[in-house]
Design a protein around this ligand. Structure first.
Ligand SMILES: Cc1cc2nc3c(=O)[nH]c(=O)nc-3n(C[C@H](O)[C@H](O)[C@H](O)COP(=O)(O)O)c2cc1C
Length: 170
């Protein structure tokens, strides 16, 4: 499969450790993986102007880093949303990258998805997971699983092994 991992963290720390483990496992299983660190990108929110659904014919009127994400949304067989939890949800950069898919409606070919979440505290995932599950149900994309890490689990060998194993068995 062609897998796109969207990393919503603006830094290379806990979420990125999970992403690296995911990439290792997925590549070991023969998948092609592209990581896009949307957390470090400048992606504005959707303006709801409907240009994309009228004159734009699928093109967004806003010209920013989302142009680097859109080809992956059109091409991948699986999409992985990886993000730290910021105030009980995903980072703003990740939210923008998710919502700007409006110009094409949903990831075009993807049949599978997963979510990797990192946080300081336990029990903070309900908002992010509900959004992800609702979005995947709406898009008709199968949820392959959600893995979370909080506090000391972040970067722990046990957690990274779990992520690697998960990615090997998609
Ligand atoms: C702006 C901000 C908001 C955060 N909000 C939460 C939160 O609501 N709950 C929580 O458990 N951790 C919260 N955290 C902690 C991060 O989720 C945690 O440190 C995470 O491991 C960071 O991932 P990263 O190293 O990939 O950036 C917050 C951190 C920041 C910077």
């Amino acid at each position: 499969m062609k897998i796109t991992v969207l990393n919503g963290s603006p830094r290379k720390e806990n979420t990125s450790a999970m992403v690296d483990a995911f990439v290792e496992g997925a590549q070991e299983a023969g998948h092609e993986v592209e990581v896009i660190q949307v957390g470090k990108m400048k992606i504005a929110g959707c303006m709801g102007c409907e240009y994309c659904h009228t004159k734009g014919e699928g093109q967004c009127i806003q010209k920013d880093d989302f142009e680097k994400v859109l080809p992956a949304y059109k091409d991948c067989d699986m999409v992985v949303f990886a993000s730290p939890i910021y105030y009980f949800t995903l980072t703003a950069q990740m939210e923008a990258a998710i919502q700007r898919v409006y110009c094409i409606g949903k990831p075009t070919k993807a049949t599978k998805a997963a979510m990797l979440l990192s946080s300081g505290s336990p029990g903070v995932y309900d908002g992010a997971v509900a959004q992800y599950k609702g979005y995947m149900a709406f898009a008709g994309i199968e949820d392959a699983g959600v893995i979370t890490a909080n506090g000391d689990e972040n970067k722990s060998e046990a957690k990274l092994a779990e992520v690697r194993e998960f990615a090997k068995n998609l």
